[in-house]
Design a protein. Structure first.
Ligand code: ASP
Ligand code: MG
Length: 420
C-alpha cells in the first residue's frame, strides 16, 4: 500500500485533476490518494466563515456562490456534456454549507467549531470530484469519509488524532469495503460524537502521514508544484538547488524553521514506522524529486535558507524584578500551550524571556493573560530567517541592511529575527 498526497495547487483546475488521474493510473498497486481542497478554496471558506459570523448575509451569499461557481466550473470543463451525479453531490454539500451559515447568522456560534464544520467542505467537495473522475477514467475507487474514519479530539482547528480508534475505524471500513484505490480527504477528521474537525492549516500532508502510519504503508509521495525539496524558496532566491535526500531529522528541522514544503507534524508518524516520504513534481512524475528517510548517504552539502514569516517577538519582563524562576517558566509555557501559540525561538536573560511566535488569532488573549505576571512588550511583522550550513560571508549577504532583533547561532545554524 502506498499513499499519494495531492495539494490544492495540483487540483486547482480541470487540467490538474486530469493530471492527477494520469499519475494515479500509472500506479498498479494498492493506493490511498489523499486530496486537499481545490486551489484556494480553504481561504475562500475561511472568508465565508467570517462573513457569516459578522452577519454580512449578502456578502456571505456572494462568497458561497463564488465557491459554487469555481467548483462547477471545474466539473463542467471535466464533463462538458454534464454529469448530474457529481453535480447533485456538490449541490447537496453546498446546501449543507448554506444551512450552516444561515444558522450562524442567527446563532452566532463559537468560531473554532463553526470554522471546522464549514471549512471541512473544501476537502469533501474536492475528493468527491476526484473520486468520480478517477472512476470515469477507469480507476475504480472508493471515497473514504475521513470525518468518520479519522477520529480526533474536539480541539477545533487543531484537532489531535486518536490513533488507535482511527486505525480501528479505517481498517475495518477498508476490510468491509475492499478496493485497490481509495480516495481520502486531507486536513479533516471528526470527533466520536460526530462533529467535523480540522487538523490545522496545510494539514493534508499530516493526514497522509497518519494514514500511512495506520496502514503500515510502504511509502508516502507528496506531489507538488516544485521539483522536490529545494535549499530555499524559489520565490525568494534566484538560484536554488534540489536536495535529493534528507533524514527525518533534517526534515523536522527544516519544517520547524518554516520550510513550506512539508507540514511540521508530518514527519513523526512516518519516522515512527520508518516510512519514506517522497516529494515529487506533479508536472514531471518521472523526475527523481527528494526523499526523506532514516539515513542518507548524501548529506546536505549546500546552505539551506528558510524564512518563517508573520512572526511576533514577545518580550516578558518579571514585574517585581525577580529572576524568571523555573516555576514561572513552567507557567509561562503552560499559558503558551493553552493559547495554542506556535513558538519558533526562545531566549532568556536574568529577568526577561523573549519568545518568538507565529502571529495568530489567539495571541491577544494570551498576551492579556501574561500581562498579569509580566510586563509584556511585542514587535509584529517580523520574519525568522534560518540559515543552515553557513559561512560568515553568506550570513552577511543575507542580513545586510536589515534590523536584527534577536539572533541565535550554533556551529551549523544561524537564526535571525528580522524586521523587514
Ligand atoms: N486545504 C487545507 C489548507 O489549505 C489543507 C491543505 O491544503 O493541506 O490549509
Ligand atoms: Mg491547501
Amino acid at each position: 500500500m502506498k499513499v499519494y498526497k495531492f495539494g490544492g495547487a495540483s487540483v486547482k483546475n480541470a487540467a490538474g485533476v486530469r493530471n492527477l488521474a494520469q499519475i494515479v493510473a500509472r500506479e498498479k498497486g494498492e493506493l490511498v490518494v489523499v486530496v486537499s481542497a481545490m486551489g484556494k478554496t480553504t481561504n475562500a471558506l475561511e472568508r465565508l466563515v467570517s462573513l457569516s459570523l459578522s452577519g454580512e448575509e449578502e456578502l456571505m451569499l456572494r462568497q458561497l456562490s463564488d465557491i459554487r461557481d469555481y467548483h462547477f466550473g471545474i466539473v463542467s470543463e471535466l464533463f462538458p456534456t454534464g454529469h448530474t451525479f457529481i453535480e447533485n453531490k456538490l449541490e447537496a454539500m453546498l446546501g449543507q454549507i448554506l444551512a450552516c451559515c444561515k444558522a450562524a447568522l442567527v446563532e452566532k456560534p463559537e468560531y473554532d467549531e463553526f470554522y471546522d464544520s464549514v471549512v471541512s467542505f473544501g476537502e469533501l467537495m474536492s475528493t468527491r470530484i476526484v473520486s468520480y473522475v478517477l472512476d470515469r477514467e477507469g480507476t475504480q475507487n472508493i471515497c473514504l469519509d475521513m470525518t468518520k474514519l479519522l477520529v480526533t479530539d474536539d480541539t477545533y482547528r487543531e484537532a489531535r488524532p486518536e490513533m488507535k480508534k482511527s486505525q480501528h475505524s479505517l481498517k475495518s471500513f477498508m476490510e468491509s469495503n475492499p478496493a485497490r484505490v481509495y480516495v481520502a480527504q486531507g486536513f479533516i477528521g471528526g470527533t466520536e460524537s460526530g462533529r467535523r474537525t480540522t487538523l490545522g492549516r496545510e494539514g493534508s500532508d499530516y493526514s497522509a502521514a497518519l494514514i500511512a502510519n495506520m496502514l503500515d504503508a510502504e511509502s508516502v509521495t507528496i506531489w507538488k508544484d516544485v521539483p522536490g525539496i529545494l535549499n530555499a524558496d524559489p520565490r525568494l532566491i534566484n538560484e536554488t538547488t534540489l536536495i535529493h535526500e534528507l533524514t527525518y531529522f533534517d526534515a523536522v528541522e527544516l519544517a520547524y524553521s518554516g520550510a513550506q514544503v512539508i507540514h511540521p507534524k508530518t514527519i513523526r508518524p512516518l519516522e515512527n514506522k520508518h516510512i519514506p516520504l517522497y516529494v515529487k513534481p506533479f508536472m514531471n512524475p518521472e523526475a527523481e524529486g527528494s526523499v526523506i528517510k532514516d539515513t542518507t548517504a548524501r548529506p546536505i552539502d549546500v546552505p539551506v535558507f528558510i524564512w518563517r514569516k508573520n512572526q511576533v517577538l514577545v518580550t516578558l519582563r518579571a514585574k517585581d524584578f525577580s529572576f524568571v524562576l523555573e516555576d514561572s517558566l513552567n507557567r509561562l509555557f503552560e499559558t503558551i500551550y493553552r493559547h495554542r501559540l506556535k513558538v519558533s525561538m526562545i531566549q532568556s536573560s536574568a529577568i526577561t524571556v523573549s519568545v518568538c511566535v507565529d502571529k495568530s488569532r489567539y495571541l491577544e488573549a494570551a498576551l492579556k493573560e501574561l500581562s498579569e505576571d509580566y510586563r509584556v512588550t511585542f514587535n509584529e511583522g517580523l520574519s525568522l530567517l534560518t540559515i543552515r550550513g553557513t559561512t560568515p560571508e553568506i550570513i552577511a549577504q543575507h542580513t545586510e541592511g536589515k534590523t536584527i532583533l534577536l539572533s541565535q547561532t550554533t556551529r551549523r545554524t544561524a537564526r535571525y529575527v528580522i524586521k523587514e
